[in-house]
Design a protein around this ligand. Sequence first.
Ligand code: TMP
Length: 198
Amino acid sequence: MFISFEGIDGCGKTTQLKLLNDYLNELGYKVIAVREPGGTPLSEKIREILLNKNNNISNIAELLLFEAARAELIHNIIKPACNEGVFVLTDRFIDSTLAYQGYGRGLDTNYINILNTIATEMLIPDITFYLQLPLSIVKQRYSIKKLDRIEQLGEVFLQKVIDGFDIIASNNTERIIIIDATQSIEKVFQNIKNKLKI
Ligand code: TMP
């Protein structure tokens, strides 16, 4: 099974992914956990470029770098693992590109869908957990950590990204499950387990 975790920075998806990874391991499943951008040596290098505040990257180049990192990860790690029946958990995937580069940066979502299709070799998650969080709580959580190049883009950008995730979720109800991320870590994880029925 292929599961992605999505949401705005600070929504808690990385924590939840780790909890699910440990839980599935305890149950005896083979699990691989990856993050985007990243997950292969080349994709991790691309991640460094993308998140480094000193880099001034044009919107299209940014989009293509995210897609390049994704193509590497899909081809080398995710697709082979799925073919072997391993559980694959990914911290962000195609919806992040639509939300950040599409709704956030304002790039054409039709083009992004095409690039996503190419980069993923048409492999899409069986389930996506979208950890939904309003901007007011995002702002509280941001104040306690150092911001990277994307996170420092400001409130207007972040609100567009959140709105984007909401639209994407309502357009993909068969795949995307919305989780209320304002709750405690334990409650969020309980919700995720309930939805998975494992
Ligand atoms: P992370 O902080 O969740 O690891 O994600 C890295 C940053 O990259 C985050 O601010 C969201 C951003 N991002 C995009 O803008 N587009 C994408 O396609 C992906 C995967 C991440």
